[in-house]
Design a protein around this ligand. Sequence first.
Ligand code: ADE
Length: 237
Amino acid sequence: MKISILTLFPEVVESYLSASILDLAARRNVVEFEVINFRDFAEGKHRDVDDRPFGGGPGMLLMPGPIVRAVERVQEGHGPDTPTVLLTPQGRRFDQGVAEQWSQRSGLILICGRYEGFDERIRDVLQPIEVSAGDYVLAGGEIPALAVTEAVVRLLPGALGHEDSARDDSFAQGILEGPQYTRPREFRGHAVPDVLLSGNHADIAAWRRQQAEQRTQHRRADLWTRHQNQSASDAEE
Ligand code: ADE
């Protein structure tokens, strides 16, 4: 898979991509990263990428020219199934289901905003999929783009050391993951549950399932309701 990230802060993005699982996945040729600076597509002496909004108002907007030219150039290096994604708080909330869908594609183009927003013609011309990292406003799309990148890449076969790791994640089964324990067997009066030391794999699996369900009911009633509705409609099919 090829992931292209367009930003005014390539050094921020590159620094995160060069650590941990993303770097490992790139070195294993599971993914190829490309980081593009919009400013390289700006024109004029000052290479401006932003300007004041017509009609007044606070802050600066990203101009359409450099963004659209940069994205169109990057699209030439991708297949037709690559989604072009604009990171914005106005987009649809990103979640594990979207990460799973995008992990099946051959590429991903992620456009990071800065300043107060985008000139609307960027949307008109590129018709991107708009995605939000959550209902809060950041200074730019870099952290959301890296979140999307990591959520997608860790689902690619060969990206994680252990092939089962992603399958057991919270959300992978539509519910949260339950509690997990490692050494020591007792810590400050808190013991590891006996069942995990029993060696009985069926009991362990049943306990984990029950803990995951209980945790989801308590912490995320919304997810639990959706999960139950899903199970009910699966049973009807
Ligand atoms: N840019 C600024 N805030 C954002 C958010 N919450 N999600 C995606 N992109 C953003």
